[in-house]
Design a protein around this ligand. Structure first.
Ligand code: ADP
Ligand code: MG
Length: 717
């Protein structure tokens, strides 16, 4: 088969799968890449934020260091200036005040300079003169300096003496007689100018999310930019955040807080300790800032990636769609090819059946003629044979009857058998067969009946129906060597307006190659002399002839079911009545014209009829018969064969007689079915199925030509 190669279905399915994969990959890959890039950029953004935090912290640290340095120098200068002076002199010196003010004015970092005596009272300052009496003896840094020389000590947070804003200061011991190493002689103190820091920090900080804070190592905030809107907050807790980090890395570091830091924001912090001072500069960046920058980047990336991905996916999708439609076209095509193959196969099968039918029909026809002659002769012989010879005659008759059955089956398959259609109820007919079927199976086989209790009127030849069912039961019996069950079912068929007879068995079943040929005439798997191969072919012929169909369903080891589907008819079933023998009321012997080209048949027929008391004339073919009738029409009936030489068949003859002598009845003796005869134009004649016995012929003639003559009810459909 050239088309079998079409079924590279796995190939097609494989390439479709590949395309689907491609489609998925074309979408998934860019997404995965994008996600990867996103992740990496996020990481980089974080890294960058921390890096710049570190940098900023470094800058702030340098700046702070310078501020402290400057302030330390200023304090040193003041210390020099007041070297050797007593506190009273200091307090009264306007010059000193002006000096301090000039110094403070020169150094923008410094907000105020104050001189505090050992008791903690401010004695002179850069702010006012004379100084307003201010006591700082309670400040921690003062205490510290009084205890020992603490070098430069950070004070704060304290309120800026001018503005009151949060600020801080640094101070040192006054040197002199008390000196750094001698007795304590007061403190020189300077506070930073918050404005100076603000203006510087403003320049460092670019965006909104940034902040700069100065902390003491005890967690107290010295200064913050941008300034917090409230009072100085509580000291930072020691166990987390900045102080925890500082414990780990005292010099510098970077860390993050998650919604727990100042203002409840997630932030990145970079810190650095300012020299040896217990002061830390902390640069903070709102994490949202980082995230937003990252998102902006990603959006930019997406603007490039998305169209490319879409284009890729679109291409893959188009390719896939195309492949799918091609695939379905190929599938449709393959389906069509398969359908065509099936049809061709069915056609081949029916042609084979047709040819076989014609062949068997032809053989059976000739055979029929011979049988008819033989039967007639046997019949005649019987009348002349002494009783002791009757036994042999009976044997011969039995053989002839078998032969007759055989030709019947053959003709039935070839659908040329004369059928006597009548409308019967399927259920009734089957039920009537009960006895016959029970007798035909062995004792180890059980017959189950399942006949639906509904009317099922079908138009069939009852004799053939019986034969068909019998054949099926016999086949079932043969298939169950070890016994089993046969089920005979009848019900409305699966198709509308049909009835189905199903004969199933629990027998050996058939392999596919047997099932395929089981309906063939002469196909048998049974041994020589056991099977004829005509049983199922008869069943098939019967079903087809009755306008139905026969099917087999079987598997080796699983039994067989043969179904005969028959069309239902609207007509009412004719109740089966025993054939009544019509009373013979002969006024005079009936005069019959027998037309028959087969000399054997002719002779036997004439002999039989004459013996039965008919007056018989003969003609060897249709033309002769017509000639004869021209001269003499005084016949009660014309009995004619159908197939005859010289161009005038039995059917032609019947038609001409009908035209010329309408009163004259014609009986056609034929192996053809009335339908096939009708289709040949013999709708006006009665038909007698061949082969027949002389008795059957005589009965038919009397029925047709007798005094009670009327339309023939039994002969034709
Ligand atoms: P025959 O019975 O003379 O062999 P059939 O036409 O009745 O001829 O059957 C043809 C073949 O089909 C049988 O030889 C048998 O192989 C097979 N067959 C028919 N009916 C059955 C059945 N019920 N179970 C198994 N095989 C069957
Ligand atoms: Mg059989």
């Amino acid at each position: 088969m050239p088309f079998r190669s079409l079924d590279s279905r796995t190939d097609r399915r494989g390439s479709l799968r590949l395309l689907r994969l491609l489609l998925a990959v074309s979408v998934a890959l860019p997404l995965v890449l994008f996600a990867g890039i996103g992740w990496r950029e996020r990481w980089e953004a974080q890294e960058e934020a921390e890096q710049s935090g570190r940098k900023n912290a470094l800058i702030l640290h340098e700046h702070m260091l310078k501020v402290f340095d400057t302030m330390a120098q200023a304090l040193d200068r003041v210390d020099e200036r007041i070297h050797g002076r007593g506190w009273r002199e200091i307090a009264e010196s306007d010059t000193l005040h002006r000096y301090l003010r000039t110094l403070e004015g020169e150094l923008e970092q410094i907000g105020a300079i104050g001189l505090i005596d050992p008791d903690g009272t401010m004695r002179n300052s850069s702010l006012t003169f004379p100084v307003e009496s201010t006591y700082i003896g309670d400040r921690a840094d003062f205490h510290e300096q009084r205890e020992r020389d603490a070098g430069l000590a950070v004070a704060g947070p304290i309120a800026d003496p001018v503005t009151g804003k949060p600020s801080f200061g640094i101070g040192r011991r006054r040197s002199g007689p008390g000196g750094p190493d001698g007795d304590f002689d007061g403190v020189i103190n300077a506070t930073v100018d918050p404005e100076y820091f603000s203006s510087f920090y403003r320049k460092v900080i670019g965006s909104e999310g940034e902040s700069i804070t100065l902390f003491r190592d005890d967690g107290r905030m010295l200064m913050r930019y941008p300034p917090l809107g409230w009072e100085m907050p509580d000291p930072l807790p020691a166990d987390r955040g900045l102080r925890a980090e500082i414990r780990k890395q005292p010099d510098e570091g970077v860390f993050r807080t998650d919604n727990s830091g100042i203002q409840g924001l997630s932030r990145v912090f970079a810190y650095k300790r300012v020299g040896d001072f217990p002061v830390y500069v902390v640069y903070g960046l709102d994490q949202r800032q980082v995230t937003q920058a990252w998102l902006r980047n990603m959006a930019l990336d997406a603007a490039f990636v998305a169209p490319a991905t879409l284009a890729l996916a679109l291409i893959a999708w188009l390719a896939y769609g195309r492949a799918v439609s091609e695939d379905s076209a190929v599938r449709r095509w393959a389906e069509e090819v398969r359908n065509r193959e099936r049809l061709e196969e069915a056609l081949r099968q029916s042609q084979k059946m047709e040819a076989l039918g014609q062949l068997t029909g032809g053989v059976a026809h000739d055979f029929n003629n011979l049988l008819t002659a033989a039967l007639a002769n046997m019949h005649l012989l019987g009348r002349h044979l002494p009783p002791e010879g009757q036994r042999f005659l009976a044997g011969a008759n039995t053989a002839l009857e078998r032969a007759e059955k055989l030709t019947r089956q053959l003709l039935s398959f070839s659908r040329q058998e004369a059928v006597n259609l009548s409308v019967v109820d399927l259920g009734d007919s089957l039920r009537r067969m009960g006895d016959l079927l029970e007798r035909s199976v062995r004792a180890d086989i059980a017959l189950d009946w399942d006949i639906a209790p509904v009317p099922m009127a079908v138009a069939v030849d009852p004799v053939q129906l019986e034969m068909a069912v019998l054949n099926l039961v016999l086949n079932a019996r043969d298939a169950m060597a070890g016994g089993g069950r046969i089920r005979i079912a009848a019900a409305l068929g699966p198709e509308p307006r049909t009835a189905r007879i199903a004969v199933s068995d629990t027998g050996a079943g058939m392999p596919p190659e047997v099932m395929e040929r089981a309906f063939d005439p002469f196909f048998t798997t049974k041994g020589v002399g056991k099977g004829t191969g005509l049983g199922l072919s008869m069943v098939y012929g019967f079903a087809r002839q009755s306008g139905g169909n026969a099917t087999i369903d079987s598997r080796p080891g699983a039994g067989t079911r043969v179904c005969i589907d028959l069309p239902l008819t609207e007509a009412r079933p004719i109740p089966a009545v025993p054939a009544t023998v019509e009373p013979v009321m002969e006024r005079r012997p009936l005069r019959i014209l027998v037309v028959e080209d087969n000399a054997l048949v002719l002779m036997a027929t004439v002999e039989g009829l004459t013996e039965d008391g008919f007056i018989v004339e003969t003609a060897e073919h249709g033309v002769a018969a017509l000639d004869l009738l021209e001269a003499d029409q005084d016949f009660d009936l014309v009995v004619s064969d159908v197939v005859m030489p010289h161009g005038v068949s039995g059917i032609d003859l019947a038609r001409r007689i009908r035209e010329r002598w309408p009163a004259l009845r014609v009986l056609l003796a034929s192996g053809y079915s009335p339908e096939s005869l009708a289709s040949m134009g013999a709708d006006t004649a009665s038909v007698l199925a061949k082969p027949f016995t002389p008795d059957q012929l005589a009965a038919r003639i009397r029925a047709l030509a007798g005094p009670g003559e009327g339309p023939d009810k039994t002969g034709s459909a």
